[in-house]
Design a protein around this ligand. Structure first.
Ligand code: ATP
Ligand code: MG
Length: 347
């Protein structure tokens, strides 16, 4: 039996990258699960606070995220949907994993290296600006490994930006097994979608992100048709008028083709070059119009569902309480085994 697990930070309404790269796949996996599979999805508040968050705003974003996941089709009756920050065993296992994770492994993470580069740039003396970097940010991938391992997860559906973190989680699981016991933790496998990296609409060298400064860089699952059309029309491409698919040389236009494919077809091995060729003789505006229509068709039902669900505060609270309780039961079973294994069992 598989244990499928994934998480998302409550750092804003999910965007098209979150949806096409992760959440849509979470829903598919849930709907096609075998009876003995376990499906867990969580909102990772402990990860969100590695960057500064206003407390009242964070509370709101957590509810927004819960409503978003439900609107996208996560069913709390078949998936265990919960808040990572309400299950203390996640942080407890992270501490134990901190004690077997070499700092060198974490220093090599590209997410950390880019944060380090930003902090160095911000400082006039070319020193690290201490206030921007904290231990939690450095240990972020260890907490992620703990999230995965505390549920003995076997499969982790995430976007491409998480590949390096997932490989680290595999290394940490193996390191724990090697040091303490041969088979306590499975090696978690990454599950990807064909659109594992949706790019920013303002800067196609970057991935679409919740935390990027420009609102125009991303399409939210709560954007209305007019907003979607405006953002796609304004998407940065290049000066070549022809439409071709070349993800390295022409990331902007290729990103639009890949979004179009993801929103119009269920076929995983769709040839994006063929789609590009079907636009021979047409203009980039024509492609953009089709992309906008396809994205609206995909997003509009979710946006409407979100509006309904977000208003049902009592139900949202019930869903999250029930999920938190079940997740905690499950996590505490693993934690007892872990503590016994490392010599920290109850006396
Ligand atoms: P933040 O900027 O706050 O980190 P984010 O957009 O990166 O937000 P996360 O909560 O970090 O979102 O990631 C949630 C899931 O969405 C992960 O599985 C991640 O791999 C996936 N994901 C994020 N951005 C993209 C993207 N541009 N394309 C495909 N998948 C993505
Ligand atoms: Mg992210």
């Amino acid at each position: 039996p598989r244990v499928i697990f994934s998480g998302i930070q409550p750092t804003g309404i999910p965007h098209l990258g979150n949806y096409l790269g992760a959440i849509q796949n979470w829903v598919r996996l849930q709907n096609r699960a075998a009876p003995d599979d376990t499906i867990l999805y969580c909102i990772v508040g402990y990860h969100a606070i590695t960057l500064p968050q206003d407390p009242a705003h964070l509370e709101t974003e957590r509810l927004n995220m819960l409503a978003s996941l439900l609107a996208c089709g996560i069913n709390p009756k078949t998936s265990l949907l919960f808040n990572q920050d309400q299950v203390p065993e996640h942080a407890e296992l992270a501490w134990i994993l901190n004690c077997i994770t070499p700092m060198g492994w974490l220093s090599r993470m590209t997410t950390w290296k880019s944060k380090l580069a930003v902090a160095r740039n911000a400082s006039s003396e070319d020193e690290i600006n201490d206030s921007m970097l904290n231990l939690g940010l450095f240990a972020y991938p260890v907490l992620q490994a703990a999230d995965i391992m505390i549920h003995k997860s076997t499969h982790v559906p995430v976007g491409e930006d998480q590949t390096q973190h997932l490989e680290l989680a595999q290394d940490i699981a193996r390191a724990f097994n090697h040091k303490y016991s041969d088979d306590l933790f499975p090696t978690p496998q990454q599950l990807s979608t064909p659109t594992k990296r949706v790019l920013s609409l303002r800067d196609p060298t970057q991935k679409m992100s919740k935390s990027a400064p420009s609102d125009k860089s991303r399409i939210l699952i709560t954007d209305d048709p007019a907003a979607i059309t405006a953002k796609i029309r304004g998407a940065v491409t290049d000066s070549i008028s022809e439409i071709t698919y070349h993800p390295e040389r022409r990331p902007g236009v290729s990103n639009l083709i890949s979004i179009l494919a993801a929103c119009t077809s269920e076929e995983p091995n769709l040839d994006l070059g063929t789609i590009a060729r079907s636009y021979q003789g047409k203009r980039i505006q024509d492609l953009k119009q089709d992309v906008a229509d396809a994205v609206i068709a995909k997003i509009e039902p979710i946006r409407k569902e979100y509006e309904k669900i977000r208003a049902e505060s009592a139900w949202l609270r019930d869903v999250s309480d029930a999920g938190d309780t079940l997740a905690r039961e499950r996590a505490s079973r693993t934690m007892s085994e872990v503590k016994k294994t490392v010599g920290l069992a109850r006396m």
